[in-house]
Write a new protein. Sequence first.
Length: 379
Amino acid sequence: FPSKLPDVGSSIFSQMSQLASEQQAINLSQGFPDFGCDPFLLQQLAAFSQQGLNQYAPMAGIVPLRQQIAALIARCYQQRVCPEQQITVTSGATEALFCAFQALVRPGDEVILFDPAYDSYAPAVQLAGGRCVHLALTAPDFKVDWQQVADSINRNTRLIIVNSPHNPSSQVFTAADWQQLETLVCQHGLYCLSDEVYEHMVFDGRPQLSALSFTELAARSLVVSSFGKTFHVTGWKLGYCVAPALLMTEFRKVHQYVTFSSFTPAQFAVAAMLEQHPEQVSGLAAFYQQKRDCFVAALATSRFQLLPAQGTYFQLADYSAISDQPDVEFCRWLTIEHKVAAIPLSVFYRQPPAQRLIRFCFAKNEQTLLQAAEVLCRL
Ligand code: PMP
Ligand code: GLN
């Protein structure tokens, strides 16, 4: 069959989580918490569902949730966005990303993205008829070379995809990064897709910045986030997109026919959570910084070399002192022989550089982290 996505197989997350489950390994591969969410969120979910709020939500999301998202943006970034015209609730960030690409990318358009790149970007751009231009970022700091970005822009360039805090490198854009992005986007009349699903996990007192923090960039950006990450409920698949009204009109044309609307009781529950427990969001960075520090301290005597993690709930580790296997094989070996699963970094690159890096997810109970670290220290 002539596939529209000939290069796509099952995702590394599905592969590694399945292997971890078959091997009964500690799963630090796919990014999801092994602890529960706030009980308030579950009570609210049950309560709204029992009240009978089980039919289609409005296409753009329930109004109270959009109002709460606007309030959150005002708190975090001191920016005003219109809940009616500029916010749409989606079935996870994944749906928002897909709709954004479908709405913006036309056949023949070029889209600049940075490798290692989250796995859903390239296939979604391809389905929209776009061509991905991959720029490689390398360890240890995964810095964007903005001159290289400028040199990659041509008449066909439509969109730049950014992701800060970055999965899988855990690096966070500085204000200077955002400003250089803003300059390029505005100078060349491009658009920006800013994937900010880890926006509330920025460590060590770094400023929490968004494409929304920069007025001229915000005017040409679609910003995507996810309540799955923020409230420890990845399986709820609830996210949203923020964009200027004109772009949002186009985004909604697609969203309307991809899912139409998202799970109604969860929208009410998350709106209640945002209104009544804002500390769950503002405390998230400290919550995950503590987990990062716990994991890093527990690995202090291991032969892994840990890279600095500025944000997200991922920790990169260089294993070259332990093995010279390629990273995919190393991760399979680690899962099968030592019962700890991780994600190889090479799969996030179109042309993987010569490096031996794997990604651990530390969104886990302390006991899980310590158990895994004990094994890893013996390698
Ligand atoms: N973007 C990035 C960078 C992610 O890590 C993830 C989640 N793994 C997503 C998007 C998708 O988020 P969601 O689960 O809300 O679809
Ligand atoms: N975002 C998660 C990760 O990076 C995985 C999501 C998925 O399985 N598609 O691990």
